[in-house]
Design a protein around this ligand. Structure first.
Ligand code: TYM
Length: 334
């Protein structure tokens, strides 16, 4: 740890095209919390191979994601931005924690069930033990908080259970992490089927706004978004499509649902959809500009990758050595 600040850890997979859900549910909060905490933001490429990847594409996407972290406003001098695969302690701790995780617990994970259904030709052991690697990510850094979207809630709960189990056996080894969900945007839904979460892997291209979408794409998708029949800008259960658009607008403009309702009282869906598109574009525009600028600076990105991996490995190895000692591995001979 650099100082006495509390520790924050989070990560994202470099698979598919990132969506507005990834930004509003996670990345945006990462930026706003980054001054307050000692932060580790990881590109979790080891998690990505639980689903088959094209190696060249994965490598490209991992770099694009790290560039996006910086483009979104995470300063690599102040925050540790790195690839999971560059810090071997992740995989080493995951192995140990596998031996402290019950199959019954993993059987309850809803994301495993969903992914196993989607990838029924490749239900590999990594997909099953995915939450254990995630627990290792978080516990390696003695993290106090983990900002995520609400779909990751169950994974944070199992992380806490594993950490508590280990601490009960061996003393206070791990900090017990708390999840952090933003006030708005923790669950952005599909624009076409608002009962489903917005997802990178949705086959309907109109269902998700991608972070690299052009302003015209955003406008078209917002105009086509499913709304309901009440005809009023009102935040309620009966209008899941509209409620999602209010969440998106509110998260982009830092407004509560009540404030959005007030702003659009008496207006129709058409006007509101145009305003949502403009709000989204006002967030994406500076992101696009920053990423385009950074992509030209290869040497800078390379130096970030190298320096931050070393910083992360140093912090992670401290915990790993402690854990190895606790479970009874022989001391290294110097
Ligand atoms: P991933 O890559 O699927 O998503 C990255 C982050 O984006 C959030 N998110 C959303 N938030 C709101 N609405 C949505 N529609 C939406 N879709 C995605 C996710 O909640 C997440 O915060 N298992 C993790 C990656 C991971 C991780 C970790 C996270 C690996 N190790 C340790 C935190 C700590 C995942 O697959 O996220």
């Amino acid at each position: 740890m650099l100082d006495n600040r509390k520790v924050l850890f989070s990560g994202m997979q470099a698979t598919g095209n990132l969506t507005l859900g990834n930004y509003l549910g996670a990345l945006k909060n990462w930026v706003s919390l980054s001054d307050e905490y000692d932060c580790f933001y990881c590109v979790v490429d080891e998690h990505s191979i639980t689903v088959r990847q094209d190696p060249g594409v994965l490598r490209k996407r991992a770099r694009a994601l790290l560039t996006l972290y910086i483009g979104a406003g995470l300063d690599p001098e102040k925050n540790c931005l790195y690839y999971q695969s560059h810090v071997s302690a992740h995989a080493e701790l995951a192995w140990i924690l596998n031996c402290f995780t019950y199959m019954g617990e993993l059987n309850r994970m809803t994301q495993f069930k969903d992914k196993a259904e989607k990838h029924s030709d490749n239900i590999n052991a990594g997909l099953y033990t995915y939450p254990v690697l995630m627990a290792a990510d978080i516990l390696l850094f003695q993290s106090d908080i983990v900002p995520v979207g609400s779909d990751q809630k169950q994974h944070i709960e199992i992380t806490r259970d594993i950490a508590e189990r280990f601490n009960n056996l061996y003393g206070d080894v791990f900090t017990i992490p708390e999840p952090y969900f933003g006030k708005t945007g923790a669950r952005i839904m599909s624009l076409q089927e608002p009962e489903k979460k917005m997802s990178k892997s949705d086959e309907n291209p109109n269902a998700s706004i991608y972070l690299m979408d052009s302003p015209d794409d955003v406008l078209r998708k917002c105009k086509r978004a499913v709304t309901d029949s009440i005809g009023e800008i009102r935040y309620c259960e009966e209008q899941p499509g509209l409620r999602n658009l209010i969440d998106i607008y509110g998260a982009c403009m830092e407004k509560s649902p009540a404030e959005v309702e007030k702003e659009f009282a008496g207006k129709g869906y058409g006007d509101f959809k145009l305003a949502v598109a403009e709000a989204v574009n006002s967030v994406l525009r500076p992101l696009h500009e920053e990423v385009a600028r950074l992509e030209k600076d290869k040497a800078y990105i390379d130096s970030v990758i190298k320096n931050n991996a070393e910083r992360a490995a140093y912090a992670a190895n401290k915990t790993l050595r402690k854990v190895q000692k606790k479970v009874g591995f022989p001391e290294r001979v110097r």
